[in-house]
Design a protein around this ligand. Structure first.
Ligand code: ADP
Ligand code: MG
Length: 296
């Protein structure tokens, strides 16, 4: 199901049409995931189907507990589906593979390795010789402006720098798909915005399809070509939204009517159903201080 609920400017229509004309990279068909722990059976994902095209930027959004991280783990091959299929370039996904890179929440760098060695790690595992791995690592570090930090250790870097290293570490093996599960949620608001813009810059330069999971509506609208909206309990496809904003994206678009309308649509889809206790008035706060006349 694909709903275009806003007028799509012609250039956006044309871009989305070009996107859908490209090869399907990743396909999820009738996928369900149940967790059976004793008598508690949790259906985390039910009958989910969607496809992403080459060089698409797809965001996945939904309330907490709707199965986003479960989906990321299954796409990564770290967990298996209970039913249905996941295929990459037409081949079933079975276990982790080099054609899928991952950047997950928090910092996934090895603290005991220098920045350069963190980036070299995947290359060395793939059998690339030391000298060549070092050359490639330095090239990637230069791409994200961190060549000066090659010999530093992760604890010496800021949060934004660590996530830049995590991104290139995932890209060195030239994956087809980059899976990102709330990668920027531990960053402060300003660094987060810079990283979003920077990720789009990297995405433009590399032949990569990005599946980016977030619970931040602004982040999803700013980044995505399309947004997969999931329902909770169980996680089901609610809607696939096409983002009506032209590219290249910039911060000025956040103030545009199309941005606001897309965000409002997402808000209605995600929060519309779970407002039961939010409709109740909050109780009056009792007086908790003796000096009550100092603030208004
Ligand atoms: N290993 C597990 N065992 C049992 N239940 C799990 C497991 N992992 C996730 N779940 C359940 O599956 C649902 C989806 O979880 P998750 O994918 O982490 O959601 P999200 O990332 O959207 O917040 C939740 O109800 C969660 O409790
Ligand atoms: Mg999660």
């Amino acid at each position: 199901m694909s709903v275009s609920y806003l007028d799509q400017p012609p250039e956006v229509q044309a871009r989305l049409a070009r996107l859908k004309a490209r090869d399907v990279i990743l396909s999820v068909d009738g996928m369900s995931k149940r967790f059976n722990s004793g008598k508690n059976n949790v259906t985390a994902i039910e009958d989910l189907s969607f496809q992403t095209h080459r060089r698409e930027f797809l965001c996945v959004i939904g309330p907490s507990g709707c199965g986003k991280s479960t989906l990321a783990r299954i796409l990564a091959g770290l967990d298996t589906a209970s039913e249905g299929w996941v295929s990459l370039d037409g081949k079933p996904v079975q276990g982790p593979g080099r054609e899928r890179g991952m950047v997950f929440q928090g910092y996934t760098l090895f603290p005991w390795l220098s920045v350069r060695r963190n980036v070299m790690f995947g290359l060395r595992m793939a059998g690339v010789g030391k000298v060549e791995a070092q050359r490639q690592a330095d090239e990637w570090l230069a791409l994200v402006g961190l060549e000066k930090f090659a010999d530093a250790y992760p604890h010496q870097l800021s949060g934004g720098m660590k996530q830049r290293v995590a991104i290139i570490r995932a890209l060195v093996n030239r994956p087809r798909v980059l899976l990102m599960d709330e990668p920027f949620s531990a960053l402060d608001a300003q660094t987060r915005q810079r990283m979003q813009a920077y990720l789009l810059e990297i995405w433009k330069k590399v032949d990569i399809t990005i599946i980016f999971i977030t619970h931040d509506l602004d982040e999803a609208v700013f980044l995505a070509d399309r947004i997969l909206v999931l329902d909770a309990h169980p996680g089901r496809l609610r809607e696939m939204i096409e983002v009506p904003l032209p590219r290249p994206r910039d911060a000025a678009q956040i103030a545009s009517p199309a941005f606001a309308a897309t965000k409002a649509r997402l808000e209605a889809l995600i929060h519309g159903k779970e407002t039961a206790d939010e409709d109740e008035p909050y109780p009056a706060v009792p007086l908790l201080t003796d000096v009550s006349d100092e603030v208004e």
